[in-house]
Design a binder for this molecule. Structure first.
Ligand code: PLP
Ligand code: COI
Length: 372
C-alpha cells in the first residue's frame, strides 16, 4: 500500500485551470462579514478542487468559485468516513504581504494521514501550490481584526460510488478558506477544561496520529459534556490506563514548572503531532528552556498544581494559537493551575510565535513561506 502511494506522488506538478467566479461577494457584504469573523463561520469566494482516479493519478485541478458539491448517496465517504484534513493559516504580514506558516509540514502530515487511511498521497508541491493559488485569489478576505488570519482547510475524501468496504478508487481534494478571528469566544485569557474519564480519543494502533474526520466525530460527545458542565474544552486520558494526559479535542498541551522546565506528552501514535507543538518546542529550546517529551499523569497535574511545582499549562494549535489553561475539572473535583490566567512563559512563547508568523520578528528556522 505504502509503496503504491509513494509511486503516485512522483507525477509532475499539476496545472490549475482558473474558472471565473460569476458572482463574487460584494465588497460591502464581505467587509461586514470580516469585521467579526469568529472561527469557521464565514468563507471566501473560491476553492481548489483536484481529482484522483486510480490508474490515472491526480488530475482536473481547478481554482474556481466555492460552491456546493453533488455526491451520490452511495459515495464511499458517506458510509465509511475515508476522509482526512489539514488546518493552517495565511497571515497578513507587517509589510502588507501575505505568508503561510510551515505549509510543507502540513503537507507531510497530510500524507501521513493519507497513508493511515489507505488514501493516495498528494505531492507536497501540489499541496502548497493549491493553497498558494487560493490565498492569492482570495487576498481580499483577510479579516482586519486583532489576531485575524485566513484559515485554510485542505481536505480529501473517498468519492467513489461504491458500498464495498475497501479503499476507494476515486478521491477529491479540496481547499477552502475561512477568515478567522479568535477560536475561543471573547478571546478568553485562559480556558477551563474538563477531563473525560468515560471516553477516550485514541488507542494504540488506532488513528490518533492522523487528522481524519472520524477522530473528531468521536470527540463530539465528550466535548459536548465539557460544554454542558461549563468548560471550554475536553482533555483526553490514555485509553490503556486512563491515567496519562494526552491532548485536547483540537489542541496539544504543555506544562511549565517552577524550575523553568517544560513538558509535553510524547508522540506515541495516539496524539496528533501538532505543528504548533513542534514549533513551540523549538522556540522554547532557543530560549534555553529544557523541554521534555514525557508522560504526565492527571494525579501529578493536580498534585503539582497544589504544591506550586507546576506554574502554567497551555494548549496550542493552529486555530487556538497558544491559550492558557486556568481551571481543570474532572469527576474527582477541580483545581486551578498557577494564577488561573496566562503565565509568563505562556505569554512569551505566544508572543514569539505570533511575531514570527506575522513577519514582525526574524524567522530563524525558515518557517515563513511568503506568498506576496
Ligand atoms: N491536536 C488535535 C487533535 C488537533 O486537531 C490539532 C489541530 O490541528 C492539534 C492538536 C494542533 O495541531 P497544529 O498545531 O498542527 O494545528
Ligand atoms: C486546527 O487547529 O487547525 C484544528 O484543526 C483544530 C480544530 C478546528 C479541529
Amino acid at each position: 500500500m505504502a509503496s503504491l502511494a509513494k509511486a503516485r506522488t512522483m507525477t509532475s506538478p499539476i496545472a490549475f485551470r482558473h474558472l471565473p467566479h460569476p458572482r463574487p461577494t460584494a465588497p460591502a457584504t464581505r467587509d461586514a462579514a470580516l469585521a467579526d469573523p469568529g472561527f469557521g463561520k464565514i468563507f471566501s469566494d473560491h476553492m481548489i478542487s483536484i481529482e484522483f482516479t486510480r490508474g490515472r493519478g491526480w488530475h482536473s485541478a481547478t481554482l474556481g468559485p466555492r460552491e456546493p458539491i453533488a455526491l451520490d448517496p452511495a459515495c464511499a465517504v458517506l458510509h465509511y468516513a475515508q476522509e482526512i484534513f489539514e488546518g493552517l493559516k495565511a497571515y497578513r504580514l507587517a509589510d502588507g504581504g501575505t505568508a503561510l506558516f510551515r505549509p510543507k509540514a502540513n503537507a507531510a502530515r497530510f500524507n501521513r494521514s493519507a497513508a493511515r487511511l489507505a488514501m493516495p498521497e498528494m505531492p507536497e508541491d501540489t499541496f502548497v501550490e493549491a493553497i498558494r493559488q487560493l490565498v492569492l485569489a482570495d487576498a481580499e478576505w483577510f479579516p482586519p481584526v486583532e489576531g485575524g488570519s485566513l484559515y485554510l482547510r485542505p481536505f480529501m475524501f473517498a468519492s467513489e460510488t461504491f458500498l464495498g468496504v475497501r479503499p476507494s478508487n476515486e478521491y477529491r481534494f479540496l481547499v477552502i478558506a475561512s477568515p478567522a478571528g479568535n477560536y475561543f469566544k471573547s478571546g478568553a485569557p485562559a480556558v477551563s477544561i474538563w477531563v473525560s474519564q468515560d471516553y477516550t480519543r485514541a488507542a494504540s494502533g488506532g488513528t490518533g496520529a492522523a487528522k481524519c474526520g472520524g477522530n473528531y466525530a468521536a470527540s463530539l460527545v465528550p466535548q459536548a459534556e465539557a460544554i454542558a458542565r461549563g468548560h471550554d474544552q475536553v482533555v483526553f486520558l490514555d485509553a490503556a490506563e486512563r491515567k496519562w494526559i494526552e491532548e485536547l479535542g483540537g489542541m496539544n498541551l504543555f506544562f511549565v514548572f517552577a524550575d523553568g522546565t517544560m513538558l509535553t506528552p510524547p508522540l506515541g501514535g495516539t496524539i496528533l503531532p501538532g505543528i504548533t507543538r513542534d514549533s513551540l518546542i523549538a522556540l522554547a529550546r532557543d530560549e534555553g528552556l529544557e523541554v521534555r517529551e514525557e508522560r504526565y499523569s492527571l494525579d501529578q497535574w493536580r498534585d503539582d498544581s497544589a504544591s506550586g511545582k507546576l506554574t502554567e499549562t497551555f494548549a496550542c494549535g493552529t486555530a487556538a494559537v497558544v491559550t492558557a489553561v486556568g481551571r481543570v475539572a474532572g469527576q474527582d473535583g477541580e483545581f486551578t493551575v498557577g494564577s488561573g490566567g496566562p503565565g509568563q512563559v505562556t505569554s512569551k512563547l505566544r508572543q514569539r510565535l505570533v511575531a514570527i508568523q506575522r513577519g514582525e520578528a526574524p524567522d530563524p528556522h525558515g518557517w515563513v513561506t511568503r506568498l506576496s
